[in-house]
Design a protein around this ligand. Structure first.
Ligand code: ADP
Ligand code: MG
Length: 279
């Protein structure tokens, strides 16, 4: 027991450092104009090939947006630009009115409030569902303090809320490794939520899911929008139809069409691009 005391003190000191270190203070998000993401005239070339070609796209605060488009349309590259993984050759990318994403590093963008869910879940299999959320709340730099500090009531509540949202309350003590593929995906979404992102990017969330899991994921994503903005890239058209408010169709690195699912499905340009493929 006494061994833990210096460790706790160390953890407390760690927290003080976090507060005084300016690099760890995230810039403030300003969505007073109602737009959370501004992408304007973004171009990205790989060896002369334009993966994004003057892409302009706006996401409203609280919106749930689906991005569809044939393979190679630039969907993943667009997410890479937003999260700082890829730098565009031209264009501008703003998070709210004042945060210039092109001037921030990948970790700083995450810190500013943009969370990204990749296709394959990366949960800690040998830890419980609860512990996974606990570790995610601490973030990469706070794991040490989290292991030795007791959770306060507010933190407990935050984890409970996330468990409720992702529907894993009854599995809080289960090892993450024992979860189904779909449950792991939800847990990872829960882990992202612990960082309280204002914008959540989700790449093909229902790939490999059972029909029941797909349906549950649709409900989950719909429930996440509102309090935060959610951008979903997905190939499964039935799924997109079940959740979409506004759909953006990307083609050859720019926006081909935007509107309701019915509008884009009946757009001749979209029909042509998909060449009879069922959109
Ligand atoms: P989508 O996600 O819509 O399928 P991507 O954004 O992955 O499309 O890719 C858009 C285009 O850019 C594709 O033709 C792809 O081959 C190319 N591309 C993507 N990333 C790279 C890279 N790192 N190097 C070279 N080409 C790339
Ligand atoms: Mg992709």
């Amino acid at each position: 027991m006494s061994m833990l005391k210096p460790l706790r003190e160390f953890a407390d000191r760690d927290r003080v450092f976090d507060m005084v270190n300016p690099a760890l203070r995230a810039p403030r998000l300003d969505v007073s104009h109602g737009t959370v993401l501004y992408l304007e005239d973004i171009s990205v070339s790989f060896d002369g090939f334009r993966a994004l070609n003057d892409l302009t796209l706006y996401i409203q605060a609280g919106e749930l947006r689906c991005i569809i488009g044939p393979n190679g349309a630039g969907k993943t590259t667009m997410m890479d630009v937003i999260t700082g993984k890829t730098r565009p050759d031209t264009g501008s990318a703003f998070f709210g009115q004042s945060i210039d994403l092109l001037r921030l590093s990948e970790p700083d963008i995450a810190q500013a409030g943009i969370g990204r869910k990749f296709q394959s879940p990366t949960v800690f299999e040998q830890h419980t569902v609860f512990e996974n959320l606990e570790l995610a709340m601490a973030g990469p730099r706070g794991v040490w303090s989290m292991l030795f500090a007791r959770l306060n009531a507010e933190q407990q509540e935050k984890i409970d809320r996330a468990l409720q949202l992702i529907g894993l309350q009854d599995l809080r003590f289960a090892l993450a490794g024992s979860l189904s593929h779909g449950q792991k995906q939800w847990l990872e979404i829960g882990m992202l939520l612990m960082q309280e992102p204002a914008l959540l990017l989700v790449d093909e969330p229902v790939a490999g899911m059972t029909p029941q899991e797909t349906e549950r994921t649709a409900e989950l994503l719909v429930s996440l929008a509102g309090e935060r903005s959610v951008v979903v890239v997905e190939h499964d058209m039935e799924f997109v139809r079940s959740i979409a408010r506004t759909v953006t169709v990307l083609h050859e690195g720019s926006v081909l069409a935007e509107g309701t699912m019915d509008q884009v499905q009946n757009n001749p340009k979209v029909v042509e691009v998909y060449l009879g493929e069922q959109v």
